[in-house]
Ligand binder design. Structure first.
Ligand code: URA
Length: 259
């Protein structure tokens, strides 16, 4: 079923709908229209009992060999075999990422959940549905001008937040992905992605609305879709963040003349 742009914005919970005027100048103007409220969704809970974990000291906490020169097939193979941190113990499979290998946009989330672990693709559960709708509201789609990755490639047991040591162990893979992809803009989805890329632990609300840089690439911070599913009013803020990111991308395409 394909949704109209208006339905997608409704799905994002941007109610009343914010419509970007195509004559967008420096700052976007908005018109306000009425739209029906949306139902709350929630990330499916994953009740499970974790087997006793091996101590973190048993792991190297870095990739087995340097990844700085790997191409995509080599990187995929190394991530699939990775045993750098305790997350490898309970994964079904590592989840590298999905999408256009020559993207404008790179979205980075936290780590695979149970559905992603089972299917080997990031953001395929409830949060993924919302992310797809966020992409659609920007007129982009998974696989077309966008790549989706996570800060850690293996599912943290019971969907817990990845530990700092696990983020550090997986960091070189994300760095290599960014170097290979050379995206025009990076959108960090939530605190964990911010920690992984910008090494900043401030509250997300304090980080939004600013342009950051990673390896010369503009970076924008917004809420994680799973958080938005639990905090519907903040969907409108996420929409503002996406418009901000799109504006930066358009500015890159048409830089201001120096006179
Ligand atoms: N949440 C994430 O951060 N990544 C996924 O792939 C799925 C849910």
């Amino acid at each position: 079923m394909s949704l109209s742009r208006e339905q997608m914005l409704v799905e994002m919970g941007v109610t009343p709908i914010w419509v970007l005027r195509e004559t967008e100048a420096a700052a976007p103007t908005v018109e306000i229209r009425e739209a029906a409220p949306v139902e709350a969704e929630s990330r499916p809970a994953a009740p499970e009992i974790a087997p006793p974990a091996k101590p973190v000291a048993d792991f190297a906490l870095r990739p087995m060999t340097s990844v700085d020169t790997l191409d995509w097939p080599e990187l995929g193979a190394q991530v699939a075999e990775c045993r750098a941190c305790p997350l490898c113990e309970q994964r079904k499979q590592a989840v590298l990422g999905v999408g256009d290998l020559n993207p404008d946009w790179l979205f980075i989330g936290e780590g695979p959940g149970s559905e992603e672990d089972a299917r080997g693709e990031p953001f395929v559960g409830q949060a993924g549905k919302l992310l797809d709708n966020m992409l659609a509201s920007l007129d982009i789609a998974r696989g077309n001008r966008v790549y989706i990755a996570n800060a850690v490639k293996c599912r943290p047991p019971a969907n817990r937040t990845p530990e700092a040591a696990e983020l550090a162990a997986c960091g070189p893979y994300l760095e290599r992905q960014i170097a290979l992809l050379k995206p025009k803009i990076i959108v960090l989805l939530g605190k964990v992605a911010v920690h992984a890329v910008l090494h900043d632990d401030k509250a997300l609300a304090a980080l939004r609305g600013k342009r950051y840089e990673y390896a010369g690439i503009p970076v924008v911070v917004t809420y994680h879709p799973a958080y938005l599913l639990r905090n519907l009013p903040d969907k409108a803020k996420a929409w503002e963040d996406l418009l901000f990111a799109r504006r930066l991308l358009r500015e890159l395409a048409t830089p201001e003349l120096p006179f």
